[in-house]
Design a protein around this ligand. Structure first.
Ligand SMILES: [Zn+2]
Length: 233
């Protein structure tokens, strides 16, 4: 079973994808991590990825696809399946991914959309900080340290990411909404899109995800039959 996990920054994609990996045997592929490790390979593709990322740019589709399909071709991805986090980021990538999988007799079986409203996302992201030494995570509201700005575990200073400010977060939410809607519409047409309310507590979100993909030992969700997509105008 191959899954996509889709949602705005701060929706918990990484957290839930890691749980699916640890407890259910999926291979978690985060596009960001994948590109960072692919950039270390010294071939022309690795070099271009490294240059683009160092300049803060968006790595072009061809390279992202190349890195991802190379990873998906590895044997571990065929055992339990994969959960992709951060991909596809536009409809063109979704189409490429579908045809890559189809050539291998596979498909995306479920698309989990983690829904969280803009205000909740702003609150989650702007409040987060981490220990500069041991990297333990904190949050002003949801997980405050015992002493302000000090790590409970090691006493280190807590630091914030510069782009975790409200204006940037709102900008990222807008970019997400614009780019991702067509991706969800693409999978909606195939009847594999499931939306989960990610503003709920983590355990409830996890249960809803498992239910959506039929891993909570309840009967699998009823799927609409596949209908051919109408031709593009
Ligand atoms: Zn620490």
């Amino acid at each position: 079973m191959n899954l996509l996990i889709v949602g705005p920054p701060g929706a918990g994609k990484g957290t839930h994808a890691k749980v699916l990996e640890r407890e259910h045997g999926f291979v978690h592929i985060s596009t960001g991590d994948l590109l960072r490790s692919r950039a270390l390979v010294g071939d022309p593709i690795g070099q271009e990825i490294r240059k683009t990322m160092a300049a803060g740019g968006l790595v072009r589709d061809e390279l992202v696809n190349h890195a991802l399909f190379e990873r998906l071709a590895q044997a571990d991805c065929r055992k339990r399946g994969v959960v992709l986090d951060g991909y596809p980021r536009n409809e063109a990538q979704a189409i490429q991914l579908d045809s890559f999988l189809a050539r291998r007799g596979q498909a995306i079986d479920a698309v989990i959309e983690l829904k969280v409203d803009e205000q909740t996302m702003v609150e989650r992201i702007t409040g987060r900080c981490a220990c500069g030494d041991c990297k333990a995570c904190y949050h002003d509201k949801f997980k405050p340290p015992e002493t302000p700005n000090r790590c409970d575990d090691c006493g280190g200073h807590l630091v914030r990411r510069v782009d975790d400010n409200e204006a940037t977060v709102r900008q990222r939410y807008k970019a997400y909404s614009e780019q991702t809607r067509p991706v969800l519409a693409h999978y909606d047409a195939r009847g594999v899109h499931a939306a989960v309310d990610s503003s709920k507590p983590e355990a409830q979100v996890r249960a809803a995800i498992l239910a959506a993909i039929g891993l909570d030992h309840s009967p699998p969700p009823v799927r609409r039959p596949l209908t051919p997509r109408p031709p593009r105008a």
